[in-house]
Design a protein around this ligand. Structure first.
Ligand code: BGC
Ligand code: BGC
Length: 719
């Protein structure tokens, strides 16, 4: 439809119909012909008058189901305005990819884009138009269960992944029927709740917010994301969903975002328990004033907006603008021409779980896994070794992780089944050893007996899926004691132990490290999890993941992240160590650092060179490093590039990731990798909130992790 027709349509709408567009409800009320609201739906308080005029629904899917809903709805719709179908397709629809933290560990944005593409195809044929993804909240606290939904602790990495996901979902344009609209979330700073407790207060200076926390949302917007979802938390004392400064002043006016802002589930009405609105009417006023367009699953707009307009507290113009943003999105997706868009039951059968999608899920899973330790016990020798596979994640456990809404845990490949296919019958032994949270003497004994007949033990341990994700914060991030007991018991057999970990957050791995000869971090790897793990264990695939988030020594260190400041008394250089910034009982450094990860081969870095030793603000310079595969097998390496601003107007991080490239090297092969430094890269937020680069000295580092020490310096001059 022509955009000016949208204005005509808007002009035909009643105020109530307009407000309907601003409300999102779940699909259940459309299950019956006459839109009955009974039972639990009635308890949710969905107003009956809203159902025939709601603008969008969440959580319905399947070509047949969505078509039926759309058909029924349009039959009732006076002006034939189609519904938008939205849902959480976060790391796959049915073919599930690793959790986003695992995707972050690939350091491969092409793979991230491909994963989003597959998600979009499967979601589109099931009748979905919008996914509530990507989630790009910057995180530094592994107690928070939702770290599993992010790509980690670094803004540069998050920005690159944010763009990749948006491009993957949205494709080139919406003439592609399999393109779906993306919604970046949760705006803003949801990943920094105090104490890592979900939904808790977020408190930081505006300077820090702008410096570290906002950039990944902005990257998603620059990549063209259609929607932004607000967060549950407060930002400087004001909940995001009623935060005019955040939504209107920053997001819309400063960044020029003219797409749809949607609240998180129920977040609008939560202004009341937050204590910034006395009642629903005040809530509606605050959310509307903040330019929040769609209220998800609370009903303050439909109940109070008309009254607020009549009282002159909300302008009719702001309502029109919000409605128009929603109509424009519907129009972009071509819903006025074809309200069913790509929903197609035949295509669902063909495309969902297709070989191509599974193959891609396997590839992403393999690249997501991080080899944390290897005392030369991996890869396993499939010809010679007798392997005891033990632990609750060997078979039957959920490999998919949280936010795999439509995922089918039973469809995921399991290590036991794949190993059985690959190994001779007498080579594979199995015992469960423990459940996730408990074990018995019987299970432990059986595991010991099984393991004593093997050459090597593969122990598949982890957190259950529901130990991370939303509302799953923990104060203790060790593996459950039952699994540590199992590990300790088996360690007494004096056989090499390879521990494979399934989990949604960085863990305290001190015990695991002590008793394991090798550790493979597999995250929740998705539909092809068992296959990907086996390929790595047997050496068919060389691991190449690197940590996107630091693994702390223990909870007491949190937050511990690589790009921290120096302090005035750095422990490394303060001469009177007693008075240095440190702990008495623990180092300042994480157990496994950001950017860290081993391979079955080794990489040598040499010849770090700068194209020149100084540059002016309108010039660039090049940093080149040579990487050599010094081992005996082919491998992939993530070459990382960090910069330190030695003297700033405000304190600057000890180093910041500014670039990375994943390369493949044959044994003995060398490659030169070049990173370009521009003034843009050196800019940061100053004390007056202006953004610029200071002249002076900078140090650059290039290597295989955030711990790289090889560096060179250059000078930035005015001219
Ligand atoms: C989550 C969002 C999600 C929404 C809709 C909320 O509880 O915080 O991430 O998109 O539910 O399912
Ligand atoms: C302490 C101060 C103290 C000063 C003089 C510093 O190390 O931080 O609290 O007043 O020494 O003794």
């Amino acid at each position: 439809m022509e955009n000016n027709k949208l204005i005509e349509l808007l002009n035909e709408m009643t105020v109530e119909e307009k407000i309907g567009q601003l409300s999102q409800i779940s699909g259940e009320p459309y299950a019956s012909e006459n839109f009955e609201i009974t039972g639990p739906l009635a308890e949710m308080g969905i107003p009956k008058k809203l159902v025939p005029i709601a603008g969008s629904i969440l959580g319905a899917s399947g070509a047949a189901a969505t078509k039926k809903i759309q058909e029924r709805y349009l039959k009732e719709s006076r002006l034939n305005i189609p519904l938008l179908f939205m849902a959480d397709v976060v790391h796959g629809y049915k073919t599930i990819f690793p959790i986003p933290l695992g995707i972050g560990a690939t350091w491969n944005t092409d793979l991230a884009k491909e994963s989003a593409r597959v998600s979009a195809i499967e979601a589109a044929v099931s009748g979905l138009h919008v996914t509530f993804s990507p989630m790009v909240d910057l995180v530094r606290d592994p107690r928070w269960g939702r770290v599993m939904e992010t790509t980690g602790e670094d803004k540069h990495l998050n920005e690159r992944f944010a763009e990749a996901f948006v491009h993957g979902y949205q494709g080139e344009n919406y003439s592609d029927p399999y393109a779906i609209a993306s919604c970046v979330k949760h705006f803003a700073a949801y990943g920094a709740p105090e104490g890592g407790r979900d939904y808790n207060t977020v408190n930081m200076s505006e300077r820090q917010l702008r410096e570290d926390y906002l950039s990944a949302y902005q990257a998603a917007i620059d990549a063209g994301t259609e929607l932004v979802m607000t967060s549950f938390n407060t930002v400087d004392g004001i909940p995001s969903s009623g935060n005019k400064w955040l939504l209107n002043d920053v997001l819309r006016k400063e960044w020029g975002f003219d797409g749809v802002i949607i609240s998180d589930w129920g977040a609008v009405k939560e202004l009341i328990p937050h204590g910034v609105a006395a009642d629903e009417k005040e809530v509606a006023l605050k959310a509307m004033t903040a330019t929040l367009d769609i209220e998800m699953m609370t009903f303050t707009y439909i109940r109070h907006l008309e009254e607020l307009i009549n009282e002159g507290k909300v302008s009719a113009k702001s309502l029109d603008e919000a409605v128009l943003r929603i109509l424009r999105l519907k129009n972009k997706l071509g819903l006025f021409e074809n309200p069913y868009r790509a929903a197609d039951a035949e295509k669902e059968k063909q495309l969902i779980f297709s070989d191509d999608h599974r193959e891609k899920a396997n590839r992403v899973a393999e690249e997501s896994m991080v080899l944390l330790k290897n005392n030369s016990v991996l890869p396993l020798d499939a010809q010679k070794q007798k392997i005891a596979l033990i632990g609750p994640f060997s078979k039957g456990e959920n490999m998919l992780g949280e936010w795999s809404w439509k995922g089918e845990p039973d469809s995921a490949s399991q290590i036991f089944d794949i190993m059985k296919e690959r190994l001779a019958p007498d080579q594979l032994l199995y015992a469960k050893g423990s459940e996730i949270k408990e074990t018995t003497e019987e299970l432990l004994k059986a595991a010991e007996e099984t393991a004593s007949g093997a050459d090597i033990i593969v122990l598949a341990l982890g957190e259950s899926a529901d130990m991370s994700g939303e509302a799953a914060s923990l104060t203790d991030i060790k593996l459950p004691p039952a699994q540590i007991d199992l590990l300790k018991r088996l360690s007494k057999l004096d056989k090499p132990i390879v521990t494979v970990l399934f989990n949604g957050r960085p863990l305290d791995l001190n015990d695991v490290e002590k008793y394991s000869d090798a550790i493979l971090e597999a995250w929740f790897p998705g539909t092809e999890g068992g296959q990907a793990v086996t390929n790595i264990l047997l050496g068919k695939t060389n691991p190449s993941g690197k940590l996107p988030m630091s693994f702390p020594e223990n909870v007491g260190q949190i937050p511990v992240y690589y790009n921290h400041f120096s302090t005035g008394r750095p422990v490394e250089t303060t001469t009177n160590r007693k008075y240095a910034s440190k702990y008495l009982d623990c180092s300042n450094y994480p157990k496994y650092a950001f950017g860290y990860g081993l391979s079955y081969t080794t990489f040598l870095y040499s010849e770090l060179t700068l194209s020149k030793e100084h540059m002016t603000k309108d010039e660039t310079l090049e940093v080149t490093i040579t990487v050599t595969n010094s081992g005996t097998v082919k491998g992939k390496e993530v070459v990382q590039f960090y910069v330190r601003d030695l003297v700033g107007e405000v304190v600057r991080p000890k180093r910041e990731l500014k670039g990375f490239e994943k390369i493949t090297l044959e044994p003995g092969e060398s490659k030169k990798v070049t990173f370009k430094v521009s003034t843009d890269m050196l800019r940061y937020v100053h004390s007056d909130l202006s953004v610029s680069a200071d002249t002076g000295e900078f140090e650059v580092f290039a290597g295989g992790s955030s711990l790289v020490t090889e560096s060179k310096k250059f000078l930035l001059k005015e001219q």
